[in-house]
Write a protein that binds this ligand. Structure first.
Ligand SMILES: [Fe+2]
Length: 488
């Protein structure tokens, strides 16, 4: 068990709940609890213990209670799996097609899982590429000196050289080769994130291949989808945060109820059949250091109760598709399943819970919902991209046909046997959040929406220089996206 949490911090956390803690109890806590679970455990101890000073016995007995609760939850989950759980979980979602990881996760993080995960990624993406190029195995290149070849491989690394070129180390199931990219191709190569699957057309020169073209899986040209109903796109509500914008949220729900705005704006509200929320429903607990200072609701269950209350202000004939993000109470590694049942049960029947990512079809309109954690990695890596225009980073996801191309950066990935982050089905709309700014675009007929937030700038965001654009709402109707602003 890790011992990485500071004693003073533990004392402070208990003090916040109005408790003192005995020094020997702190040692028990450090020995038995992983630092990332510390807030959860402390909040349970404070709820369950009566005495004013927390003793080692208090801690051990609460830990037993939590373990028993987790054991029961595991048993329940196994039972659900064996009962065609998809139907059970989504019985209220009739008429809506949903594809996500919920109830289907099988990864345990073993070496075999990682191998299977990357095989799945390679197979799925090379299948897309094989429609356009006919690859030779890398192991045969030794016999093809001087010839033009087509390759498909996963990018292991890219490095810049002194003489205006870049070297891409490309791997397929048979071997590894260095692909040299010069001039214009060098710039393209330097924007590779690593771990994406690409095609290369080039000429074999000794042990290298000189690239003529780099080919991304990409999406074909599509016609923009035209449906005569409205869909509202929001995300990052961060219920429970001190910076949650209650007044603006109320204006938004008033508009949905036909009580705010006039003319076309009110007419648009009448068309709305769905509201999609792309994760970070609540602010969470223990997501970043000293987060307690930024919260009005300190326990996670209370935050979801408040979220359910706020979503109840949306008319009941509007279906709400609720996805999750890195602030929500579910595993951090993607793909994330929908919220656990204990939280789902807090919400009304018009709320349909989905994982992250989730591919949904709403009366024929295909929407891919992805919270957007990988946007941090992409915006950091490619200098021409910025947090002000996240939809441009979303284009990079579509080009790579993958929602989190780079493995092992800021976006943790669970090595499931199937790579759920590959964009198998081309959506009409790709909907992300996470970066708290608003931007919308179209790429090859696919709408790109990054849908703002309902939290004004927190102290933490000030420190990391993140300037949110809250209270902006994207509304799809009849092949167009309208922007409504509820925040000045
Ligand atoms: Fe967020």
């Amino acid at each position: 068990m890790h011992n990485g949490i500071d004693t003073k911090l533990i004392v402070a956390k208990f003090a916040m709940h109005g408790y003192n803690v005995h020094p020997s109890a702190i040692e028990v806590l450090k020995k038995n609890v992983d630092p990332q679970n510390i807030d959860f455990v402390i909040s349970h101890i404070c709820k369950l213990v009566d005495s004013f000073i927390i003793t080692p016995d208090d801690i051990l007995s609460v830990l037993d209670t939590i373990r028993e609760f987790e054991r029961k939850a595991r048993v329940r989950e196994t039972e659900q799996k064996s009962k065609a759980q998809t139907k059970q979980i989504y019985k209220q979602s009739e008429g809506i097609k949903i594809k996500d990881i919920t109830g289907k996760s099988s990864c345990e993080g073993s070496i075999e899982d990682f191998v299977a995960y990357f095989n799945s990624r390679f197979e799925k993406l090379s299948k897309i590429l094989r429609k356009r190029i006919r690859p030779v195995p890398i192991s045969t290149l030794g016999r093809l000196n001087g010839e033009q070849v087509e390759l498909i491989g996963i990018v292991n690394s890219v490095r810049e050289t002194q003489n205006n070129s870049a070297i891409i180390e490309l791997e397929d199931k048979t071997g590894i080769v260095n692909v040299i990219a010069t001039d214009r191709l060098k710039d393209q190569a330097l924007e590779l994130l690593g771990d994406e699957v690409i095609g290369v057309i080039g000429t074999v020169r000794g042990r290298n291949v000189i690239a003529d073209r780099i080919i991304f899986p990409d999406v074909p040209m599509n016609d923009k989808a035209k449906f005569d109903f409205g869909v509202v796109f929001i995300s990052d509500t961060h219920f429970g945060s001190k910076e949650f914008l209650q007044k603006e949220w109320n204006m938004f729900t008033d508009w949905l109820n036909g009580e705010l705005g006039e003319g076309k704006v009110v007419e648009l509200a009448e068309k709305v059949r769905y509201v999609i929320i792309a994760g970070d429903i609540v602010d969470g607990v223990g997501i970043y250091p000293d987060q307690e200072k930024d919260l009005t609701i300190l326990d996670i269950c209370g935050q979801y109760e408040f979220a359910a209350e706020q979503l109840d202000k949306i008319p009941k004939d509007v279906k709400i598709i609720l996805s999750v993000g890195n602030h929500d109470a579910i595993r951090q590694a993607e793909p994330q399943p929908a919220l656990p049942k204990e939280y789902r049960d807090l919400f009304s029947n018009n709320v349909i819970h989905v994982g992250n990512p989730a591919y949904v079809e709403l009366d024929g309109l295909k929407v891919l919902i992805y919270h957007g954690r990988s946007l941090d990695d992409i915006i950091t890596k490619i200098p021409r991209l910025s947090y002000e225009k996240p939809h441009e980073a979303m284009i990079e996801l579509l080009k790579r046909r993958h929602l989190s191309p780079r493995y092992g950066e800021k976006s943790p990935i669970a090595p499931e046997k199937e790579d759920w982050l590959v964009i198998d089905e081309i959506p009409d709309i790709l909907h992300c959040g996470h970066v708290h700014t608003y931007s919308v675009g179209v790429y090859r007929g696919v709408f790109l929406i990054n849908s703002s937030t309902w939290q004004s700038q927190t102290e933490f965001q000030k420190k990391v220089n993140l300037n949110p654009m809250p209270g902006n709402v994207a509304v799809y109707y009849n092949g167009d996206i309208a922007r409504l602003r509820f925040y000045n």
